[in-house]
Design a protein around this ligand. Structure first.
Ligand SMILES: Cc1ncc(COP(=O)(O)O)c(C=O)c1O
Length: 454
């Protein structure tokens, strides 16, 4: 057996026996896994399916309709009859799920989706206003290490003492800088953004594109427990498909506006943003789409349209609130005092005097996975930050409930009691046996809740 498969088996075991608390991870269904691992990986499909027949329209399953469909597509390769239908299903389901006029399901990742939107609307040197990284924004929102930061001028807004977006600062900068894009999006922010307020601020910036990067909360939006920016005047929403949305690893761009052929160069106006986005994804920033992943996205969107997904989204938030409360009871100090979504940020430095990386490594040893994360006040850089970030999408998929959140918080506190004072080397030596006991308890709890699909 190729060594790769042995390592995949080991990874299966790690996933089964541990508990995933990284808020950007999840466990997909067997069906999503099957589509992602399908023979669609063999197919080249640069371009787009025609826009005729969007929807799950049974009519299209006749030879005559197939012929018409083929004439209407915008692909650069033959043999597209099945792939076109699959991509259309993904598009129509995504539009339904997020109340969009158009969906581009081809971005290979969330980063690609964001880059394509910037490229659709901006030109080099244009200004983009986004949440700064230390405040909870994402790398792709203008961190100096990214390519976009070299192309566009990013200006950042922050959060206030309560941990909410500093809307007054956002408004002041927006008026002063007149950005081409105002971007609301985050990867470590525990409040619900006031999209209506941001849309009214944007009225003071003519020609400004309102963009939301909802990578973290897309599943909560789909499940109806978080507002949808597209319902509040936003033009574009990007997301990853693999976090709360529980699909394959990938990106998605949803937009409001005119939907038409991407072959004809459209006028550069906000109404044409769907067409500008299609052209910015392909050929602007990507080549051939990963149609096996597009198929897996279609399956995941179908799952998210089912009523059970609403229940799942509700349980994610319930569990996050229960976990936040239990952690506070165990002495952990939380950024913003708690959570309104699936994310929790612990100020581990202030709680117990250790940094986030130490705690991440200590928890790794017991099969609890989360990640070290900078806090808005952090000056220490990304490698030894003062915080850790965790969340409930994955453990909720496995069926853990509010009572289990108390158990997890207590296990985390026990790791603290073992490690604090001993120093990081103790993880390999002195603390080993005691950590092994906790690891067994984590395993026992994890095995009661099988990972779907494996
Ligand atoms: C808000 C946000 N946007 C974009 C991304 C990038 O997604 P990807 O890792 O798929 O490129 C992430 C990933 O964590 C994210 O949290």
């Amino acid at each position: 057996m190729d060594q790769v498969f042995k390592l995949i088996d080991k990874e299966k075991q790690r996933q089964r026996e541990g508990l995933e608390l990284i808020p950007s991870e999840n466990y997909v269904s067997k069906e999503v896994l099957t589509a992602a691992g399908s023979i669609l990986t063999n197919k080249y499909s640069e371009g787009y399916p025609s826009f005729k027949g969007i929807g799950e329209n049974k009519e299209f399953w006749t030879d005559e309709k197939i012929a018409k469909e083929k004439l209407g597509n915008y692909r650069y390769y033959g043999g597209q009859e099945n792939v076109d239908r699959i991509e259309r299903l993904a598009i129509s389901r995504a539009c339904k799920l997020f109340h969009a006029d158009h969906a581009n399901v081809q971005p290979h990742s969330g980063a690609n989706a964001n880059e394509a939107v910037y490229w659709a609307w901006c030109r080099p040197g244009d200004t983009i206003l986004a949440m700064s990284l230390p405040a909870g924004g994402h790398l792709t929102h203008g961190a100096p290490v990214t390519r976009s930061a070299h192309i566009y001028k990013f200006v950042g807004y922050g959060v206030d003492e309560s941990g909410d977006i500093d809307y007054k600062e956002l408004e002041r900068i927006a008026i002063e800088e007149q950005p081409k894009i105002i971007l609301i999006g985050f990867s470590a922010f525990m409040k619900v953004p006031d999209f209506k307020r941001v849309a009214s601020i944007a009225k003071k910036v003519p020609g400004c594109l309102l963009m939301a990067d909802m990578a973290h909360v897309a599943g909560l939006i789909a499940g109806g427990v978080h507002p949808n920016p597209l319902d509040y005047g936003f033009h574009v929403m990007t997301t990853t498909t693999h976090k709360t949305l529980r699909g394959p690893r990938g990106g998605l761009i949803l937009s409001k506006g005119n939907v038409a052929s991407p072959l004809k160069k459209p006028e550069h106006c906000l109404e044409n943003i769907p067409i500008l986005i299609d052209r910015a994804v392909f050929p602007g920033t990507q080549g051939g789409p990963l149609e096996h992943i597009v198929a897996a996205k279609a399956v995941a969107f179908g799952e998210a349209l089912k009523p059970e997904f609403e229940d799942y989204a509700k349980r994610i938030v319930k569990n996050a609130k229960a976990l936040a409360k239990a952690l506070q009871k165990e002495g952990f100090i939380l950024q913003g005092g708690g959570t309104e979504n699936h994310l929790i940020l612990i100020n581990i430095k202030e709680s117990f005097g250790i940094d986030g990386k130490f705690f991440e490594r200590a928890l790794d040893r017991v099969g609890l996975n989360l990640n070290a994360n900078a806090l808005p006040t952090d000056k220490g850089g990304a490698f030894r930050p003062s915080g850790v970030r965790l969340g409930t999408p994955a453990i909720t998929t496995r069926g853990l409930n509010e009572k289990d959140m108390e158990i997890i918080a207590h296990l985390m506190r026990r790791v603290i009691d073992i490690c604090v004072g001993l120093g990081e080397e103790s993880l390999l030596g002195d603390a080993g046996d005691e950590l092994a006991n906790i690891k067994n308890e984590v395993k026992e709890l994890a095995l009661k809740h099988p990972v779907p699909g494996i």
